[in-house]
Design a protein around this ligand. Structure first.
Ligand SMILES: *Cc1c(COP(=O)(O)O)cnc(C)c1O
Length: 410
């Protein structure tokens, strides 16, 4: 048996992420002789005898067959791969969507009477959860300006149990000082949670930077092909056990078919991200020089808001960024988006195809100013681009003709 060669995860821990990406989660007992784990479609797991059946529920350990809700090797391989990619992690819980990952983590960490601090640039459904689900359960959600460290520190109280960070914000792209905000949370006995969907494990290592729970919408880059919905939360041993238990109590499950697709997406994550990042940077540079554009919000772009913090803490980027028009109105901005031929109009991002949506985060903020350009925020109109795998020269040509549509009738 060439078990050692098959089990690529046994290599030195200092191997590069791209190398670890290829072998992560591959165990001979899960894959056999084939490269990928089979799609184990299963609700019932059968036992040898009643004695084994009686042992089953007590052995609530990873990698043990029990019942469909605890998964089978397809889901285990994906969870294991995500754990291996997050240095310092002990385990990963999979959720049926990114939003259910956020809810699952919050419901694991918070009790009635607790306070959670949430970054003002949080993904809108996270904000809605704070004001809806969590408020309904007697949990208080307070928003903070991600760039105002002292204001954030001043919000902690005896009942603050958790903070939710997002860096960069997925609409407004400011980059907070994650290590510092996580350290302050820890000093106050609160657990820091990072929505790391933008950078993923290749671009930002959350646990290494002091965060205690790293969650992602796998729907975006890990899936990468706009055909599945899933979320994940990765943590050290103690918190992983809490997350896993709460997820089991909620009965959350991901299908083996989707897990197999996510695992397939994961294998090519690095090459897709490199291409997207290079293209996004080229397009951001080009937009930055255009008279129609007041501000490009792309942390990878030198001089853009958040660039210095990004350069200090991050090891990679992605294709998602925004820009704000110089003047114009909502109708002109919408004409621009409608004139794009190569960009789909739709939510989500991180797929192989480019997308564009209006980006006006003003209604989604409560304590911090936006956008980072002078003038009345109500007169500022933005666009968020998710750059896919098309040739960047074609994307730039497409944007150029759409800018003419924006200007023509403005
Ligand atoms: C899309 C997204 C989510 C939610 O993921 P779904 O799978 O769509 O529920 C969470 N956080 C961020 C930053 C996202 O962009």
């Amino acid at each position: 048996m060439r078990e050692i060669a098959l089990n690529k995860t046994d290599g030195p821990a200092d191997r590069k992420p791209g190398t670890r990406l290829v072998g992560a989660g591959r165990k001979p007992e899960w894959t056999g002789a084939v490269v990928n784990p089979p799609v184990w479609r299963a609700s019932t797991h059968l036992y040898e005898d009643t004695a084994a059946l009686a042992r089953g529920p007590r052995t609530n350990a990873d990698g043990h067959f029990f019942y469909g809700r605890r998964g089978a090797p397809t889901q285990w391989a994906l969870a294991e791969a995500l754990t291996e990619l997050e240095p310092g992690a002990a385990g990963t819980v999979l959720y049926p969507s990114g939003v259910s990952a956020i809810a699952g983590v919050m419901l694991a960490l918070l009790r009635p009477g607790d306070v959670v601090l949430m970054t003002d640039n949080a993904y809108d459904p996270s904000r809605t959860m704070g004001k809806g689900l969590l408020a309904d359960m007697g949990i208080t959600c307070r928003f903070f300006d991600p760039l105002d460290v002292e204001g954030y520190r001043a919000l902690f109280c005896d009942r603050t149990r958790a903070v939710l960070l997002e860096a960069p914000g997925s609409l407004s792209f400011e980059v907070c000082d994650v290590p510092q905000l996580a350290r302050i949370a820890r000093e106050h006995g609160a657990i820091s949670v990072l929505d790391n969907t933008w950078a993923g494990p290749l671009g930002f290592q959350g646990l290494q930077h002091g965060v205690e729970v790293v969650l992602m919408a796998l729907t975006k880059h890990v899936g990468g092909h706009s055909d599945l919905m899933m979320g994940s939360a990765t943590a050290g041993a103690e918190l992983y056990a809490r997350l896993r238990q709460r997820s089991q109590q909620l009965g959350l499950m991901v299908s083996p078919d989707d897990a197999a697709l996510a695992l397939r997406g994961l294998r090519t994550l690095e090459v897709r991200l490199l291409r997207e990042t290079q293209s996004a940077l080229a397009i951001a540079h080009w937009l930055d020089a255009r008279p129609e554009v007041a501000q490009v919000l792309c942390p990878m772009l030198p001089g853009a808001p958040g660039h210095a913090q990004w350069a200090q803490d991050f090891t990679g980027g992605c294709g998602l960024f925004s820009f704000i028009f110089q003047g114009g109105d909502a109708a002109a901005r919408n004409r621009f988006i409608d004139a794009l031929a190569l960009f789909g109009i739709g939510y989500s991002w991180g797929g192989f195809e480019s997308l564009a949506v209006p980006a006006d985060p003003v209604p989604y903020r409560s304590v911090s100013p936006w956008p980072p350009v002078p003038g009345d925020p109500a007169d500022r109109f933005g666009v968020r681009l998710s750059i896919g795998l098309e040739d960047p020269a074609d994307l730039i040509a497409d944007i150029e003709q759409a800018l003419a549509a924006w200007a023509g009738a403005a």
